[in-house]
Design a protein around this ligand. Structure first.
Ligand code: SF4
Ligand code: SF4
Length: 134
């Protein structure tokens, strides 16, 4: 009997999201922009070793739900080819995030703690005015 590969025991966790770096927020407006990302479904934001990332939870359209396999395996993108089960979501699933935001409310509270409640409200009302002017 052929030896089972690690991926055979996994539900293809690595094919269900993608993440990319974003600029480190510098002022309350930047933090509020991140709050806006977090208003969207399936978005989380995390900080790892001081770098900020946005995580988009959205399954790859080439992942077969029938057998959790890639439908374009031999032609999969470079990003997928470079991903190794030696150090992946399944084998090394515990990440030590510096910060991890899973909702806009969480970011709102963080802004209030970091800049004070009044500052967070001011940014909010300025954004509202900009929207009305459009
Ligand atoms: S590389 Fe890791 S996360 Fe991806 S399918 Fe294989 S075991 Fe699962
Ligand atoms: S192309 Fe294949 S290996 Fe790459 S994310 Fe999609 S299903 Fe996974």
């Amino acid at each position: 009997m052929a030896k089972k590969a690690l991926c055979d025991n996994c539900t293809a966790l690595c094919c269900r999201y993608f993440a990319f770096p974003i600029e480190t927020p510098k002022n309350k407006g930047d933090y509020d922009d991140i709050r806006w990302y977090l208003c969207h479904k399936g978005i989380t934001v995390y900080v790892d070793e001081g770098d900020w990332y946005i995580n988009v939870r959205n399954k790859c359209k080439y992942l077969s739900e029938k057998d959790q396999r890639c439908k374009i395996y031999t032609d999969r993108p470079r990003m997928c080819r470079g991903y190794s089960p030696k150090n992946c979501d399944f084998t090394d699933g515990t990440y030590g995030y510096d910060l991890h935001f899973t909702s806009d409310k969480q970011m709102q509270e963080y802004i209030e703690r970091k800049f004070g409640k009044a500052a967070a409200k001011k940014t909010k009302s300025r954004k509202k005015k900009q929207k009305i002017r459009k």
